[in-house]
Design a protein around this ligand. Sequence first.
Ligand code: GTP
Ligand code: MG
Length: 462
Amino acid sequence: MKREYALDDIIAAISTPMGTGGIGIVRMSGHGCIALADELFIGKQPLMDKPGHTLSYGKITDGKGGEIIDEVLVSVMKAPHTYTKEDIVEINCHGGTLVTRRVLEALLKAGARLAEPGEFTKRSFLNGRIDLTQAEAVIDLIHSKTELSRQAAVNQLEGRLKQAVREMREEILDMIASIEAVIDYPDYDIEEETYATMEEKANALHSRMETLLAGADRGKILREGLQTVIVGKPNVGKSSLLNWLLEEDRAIVTDIPGTTRDTVEEYLNIDGFPIKIVDTAGIRQTGDLVEQMGVEKSKAYAQNADLVILMLDASRPLEQEDKEILSFVEQKKTLILLNKTDLNQKLSLAEVKEYTDSRILSLSVRENIGFDALIDALKAMFLDGRPATAEDALLGNTRHKDALFRAKEAMAHCLETIANRMPEDFISMDLQDANRALGEITGDTSDEEIIDRIFTKFCLGK
Ligand SMILES: Nc1nc2c(ncn2[C@@H]2O[C@H](COP(=O)(O)OP(=O)(O)OP(=O)(O)O)[C@@H](O)[C@H]2O)c(=O)[nH]1
Ligand SMILES: [Mg+2]
């Protein structure tokens, strides 16, 4: 892989969030950054003379002999046992936008370069301390919203995905090597026995990839939350349900059908299960252009949901619109709610059952009846009630999933090639495709553009 990144300069950035706080940290990485800090630092002892991983008290100026900016504590970390594998200096100053900015400016004036978002982590990757999956885990960890997604990110940061991918790649490379050995002796025909062992190995790899991919959807749910979309015809109480779950008046509720025009998205945390809940415009035929657009959006959201909550109004008989929505979500994992049971019942549970195999709950949002049963049902539907496992967390990222999918396709093709007893170099080509796709996950075979795109998702100073 070609790497043309500059790694020989000193990068600097403010690593703490902008705004007022107790402490602000300005961070530098790169060969020579300790000497650079010494130019601005006034303390008992030059930082250069300090051992690695120590903290020094002193003052920071805006240049040699210049004005004192702040009283600081400076951490000096010496290569290679640092975040970037390079020398790192972190200046802990008093929090506040102005102080950290002035310290950063002083460092830039003294010769450091402003770091790009994620550049510290990128250096860690380029210097071989972590692979791409671990770099991505750093972003996930920063953005994790629940305990479950945090655990998933930590597993990835520990290198579990990297390990799994490396194991598969090694097996593939072994297979390629043994094939190449046969190719080198052209007088030898590949033997039936060789085909059989190849087939066995390829099969094992293929099914391992399949298992990992099956866990991918679960991993995504762990990281991003279960995408739950509330649909139904107008006025059944969808927005009321959203407010009920959030315990706040988030969406507008009126008795006028067609109140919600656009989707409303919120994030719920039910006993540690992350759930992203979306309230949508009631689905019906309408001449109103804006409402029609909302209806289209509702349908699109329902199509992409992990879980659809279909709401029906128990105080009205089942109408054509309800039936259409029921058939529209037939293929989706669905929970059906029969709302407004406090009113005169025109629609029974038994009647709804005729149209669906999905689970049905009766409730009244207005009278606050059925809340606990609903929460229990949501929890049971999260990962189908099965506890999250380390395997699930391995593959939560779309980029990883896509690459693994291509690796699996290549393995499937390889199995076909073997079954047809094709010449060995064809088998080798399939294996190389699989190997390349797997290497993209860890960053061993990715091109620069993809790597850059990953790091731009980072915040400044990380
Ligand atoms: N009696 C009764 N009324 C309810 C219940 N839940 C909601 N409502 C009422 O039903 C009406 C419609 O509620 P919304 O939550 O706005 O309904 P919606 O499905 O979001 O409607 P659209 O946004 O138009 O699609 C409001 O007047 C609510 O107060 C319930 O359990 N019982
Ligand atoms: Mg609504």
